[in-house]
Write a protein that binds this ligand. Structure first.
Ligand code: FES
Length: 177
């Protein structure tokens, strides 16, 4: 982490995001630290990931040590430290979905999007396997709270239910169009 990179990233924070961050912090008058997760979500929603620069900036903003933010980013799989694909396909792998075929569904999604499911070059917690053109990322996630319509996948913000290997191609074609 460097002071230079921190100031560069800070320069890129648009006034609207800064205002939202400032406003969000006011929700936690007793302990600014409680704003850590909300700020991480705001940061990732804007920049697409939370790298060392983001970690350091948020820590400074909340008067914490960088490790206090780093431990959240590395604990919660939702946060990533590098950019993912434009479309992120999160396939549930918990019991109901696994038994309904989610492992085959993930394989099909990888094949249809050009994602190498064994690509862990980014390292754990950095970014999910991503297609070479940067359009798609595919990853496993735990229960998406829609077990009754398994197998399911969250594609960006949309939940897709009762997916079959056969319907994957159609879904990907629609996403690509
Ligand atoms: S097990 Fe997949 S949504 Fe619950």
């Amino acid at each position: 982490m460097t002071t230079d990179s921190t100031s560069r990233q800070a320069d890129q924070i648009p006034p609207e995001l800064l205002a939202e961050i400032e406003e969000r912090i006011t929700h936690y008058p007793v302990s600014k630290r409680s704003a850590s997760l909300p700020l991480l979500h705001l940061w990732q929603n804007h920049f697409g990931f939370v790298d060392d620069t983001g970690i350091e900036w948020i820590a400074t903003k909340l008067e914490l040590q960088p490790v206090n933010i780093y431990e959240l980013v590395t604990f919660y799989p939702w946060f990533r430290r590098e950019a993912a694909g434009k479309t992120i396909i999160r396939v549930c792998r918990t019991l109901a979905c696994a038994m309904a075929g989610s492992y085959q569904v993930r394989e099909k999604f990888c094949a249809a999007t050009g994602v190498d499911p064994h690509d862990h070059s980014h390292g754990f917690g950095h970014a999910p396997p991503t297609s070479p053109d940067g359009k798609f990322s595919v990853e496993f996630v735990e229960c998406l709270a829609s077990c009754g319509s398994a197998p399911v996948a969250l594609i960006n913000d949309d939940l897709h239910e009762r997916i079959t290997p056969e319907t994957v191609e159609t879904i990907v074609k629609e996403l690509a169009s």
